[in-house]
Write a protein that binds this ligand. Sequence first.
Ligand SMILES: Cc1cc2nc3c(=O)[nH]c(=O)nc-3n(C[C@H](O)[C@H](O)[C@H](O)COP(=O)(O)OP(=O)(O)OC[C@H]3O[C@@H](n4cnc5c(N)ncnc54)[C@H](O)[C@@H]3O)c2cc1C
Length: 649
Amino acid sequence: MKIGVYVCHCGVNISNTVDVQKVISEVSALPTVAVCRDYQYMCSDPGQEMIAKDIRELGLDRVVVAACSPRMHEPTFRGAVEAAGMNPYCFEMANIREQCSWVHEDKEQATRKAADLVKSSVARAALLEPLNSTEVPVTHAALVIGGGIAGIQTALDIANSGYPVYLVEKDPSIGGHMAQFDKTFPTLDCAACILTPKMVDVARHPNIELLTYSEVESIEGSVGNFHVRIRKKPRYVNVSLCTGCGSCATACRLVGRIPSEFDMGLGKRGAIYVPFPQAVPLRYTIDPEKCLMLKHGKCGTSPKCVDACDRDAIDFSMTEEILEVDVGAIVVATGYKEFDPTIKREYKYGTFKNVMTGLELERIFAPSGPTGGKALINGKVPKKIVFVSCVGSRDKRIGNPYCSRVCCMYIAKQAHLLKEKIPDADITVMYTDMRAFGKGYEEFYERVQKEGIKYRRGNAAEVYEEDGVLHVRAEDTLMGEPYELEADLVVLGTGLEPSDAADAIGHMLHLSRSADKFFLEAHPKLRPVDTVIDGVFLAGAAQGPKDIPDTVAQASGAASHVVNLLSKDVILAEPIVAEVNTDVCAGCRICEILCPYDAHAFDEERNVMTINKAICKGCGSCAAACPSGAIAMNHFRDSQIVAQILEVI
Ligand SMILES: Cc1cc2nc3c(=O)[nH]c(=O)nc-3n(C[C@H](O)[C@H](O)[C@H](O)COP(=O)(O)OP(=O)(O)OC[C@H]3O[C@@H](n4cnc5c(N)ncnc54)[C@H](O)[C@@H]3O)c2cc1C
């Protein structure tokens, strides 16, 4: 056994607190250690070359690097030792940065701890076994879940690279929240002008199968080979016959009587509808919860939509369909939902009609919206307008301590649009802190102030009504004094929360959530579009609140990772997985219950458990729980862990 040990200074991150030379002298004395060296940045090219040279010239068969967290650089060093001819699973990492130098101040004690950590890694390394990855074939197609701007951009990028894409959207049209806006900050681009051409491209793309009004029912398999069942909800309209002419919607007995979800309940639709005039696909859908025919089996003497449709496209006998597809990679782009401000009772949202949310005001601005784009709130032009920022964001009391990142800027946009439509309006923004972080954002914020929008620091405490006039009570936190403003309109700068519809997807794919409940990326800095599940990627606001530029950038990033994966015929599956010794397994099935990835399958005939190595993520839950000791974890065998522990006790 010849073990090489390499201690990194990490600039001064480690060496300021740990006496590296002392660690080297202690570790060099171990009988299994053939060489022990230090370097300022072990992850750099010269650092990696130092290790490779020793493997080649000294014939090392195990390598230990004492540096940062393995989450950061284990793949880097595994690649380096493999390139030099050593099995990458004979590499071990001791974390003397996060677990030592960053958390201690006393140099002597930190040095002793660092030496112990390195010695325990050496003990484990001596027992490591070479492992080999297995080849898994790749299905050359992708699934994108969610048809907002994130899903649209991802699907187009993958499809333009030549791979088939299934784009699944739960609603009758793609477009997501961006389709609800009139203009976008900071450039005030017409949202429809930049979004709808992309929506049309999606519908026409030969490589994209667009599945709207559909939901993912189940996902099985693993990277390279996912089997997906998709439920297509019945539209009760034959989309190949429907031309989107709208005669049915005009004829519907309930036209103008059902609150439109797309218009945030401010506009009305009928039981047969398209969410908005630029919907893709422009095909009608019957709402089964509202349609008299579907609910009661009767609509007057005969359903008017049927009479009005000269293409005979209405079909009340439609049922849901299940579509089964195979894909190699999945992108989750399920977006966000607006914070529900009824939780913040002090703002009286839902009580006073003139208290509205950011998304509701977006629909007021839209030419296709409930007021045809006129700044009319409940039929009147508001003259005194108050915006309240951070409603549902940066608020620990309601469990949302995070910043929603778009509210400061959409408030600035909306204040500008209101001033444009009502030049004599008196507009005040009650802000917590102004966060204008993006390109051109600070300049836009300055512009709206010059236009006469007043910014006053302080959170609103309460909205109340007196003599038919709304009042907003707040504290000016700069002046340290309370103040009140009258308002014809109060706009709540509502924050972003993860979409409810993403819950089921998260469970199916075993995705983790971060503290803010959005989907967790594999690494916040280095792997922002990956998840810990191989072959599953994130795009857009599903991963965290973000604006459209960041959403589009992340979507293209996710697409490039998918294309990278799909361009291979086979991929290598990680060999650090659990293994069952079927001679010992008692068939108790405890491991099956505990496995978070559904990697276990019970063999009824033999009364033993089996593990699908392609699905297993090597978390070790099953091995730890197995009462008969029948399950062992490759690379984390009991003997290896015990040797490691014995060295530090
Ligand atoms: C009031 C307001 C104004 C804004 N104005 C601007 C602006 O001017 N400029 C700017 O840059 N940003 C703005 N934003 C931010 C912008 O809305 C987001 O950046 C953008 O919408 C994120 O896109 P997305 O595709 O990730 O999510 P979404 O737009 O939320 O789209 C997600 C899509 O996924 C679908 N979906 C969800 N779950 C499922 C499921 N399980 N199966 C299938 N489909 C599913 C949804 O139906 C939806 O179509 C604003 C936000 C708000 C609240």
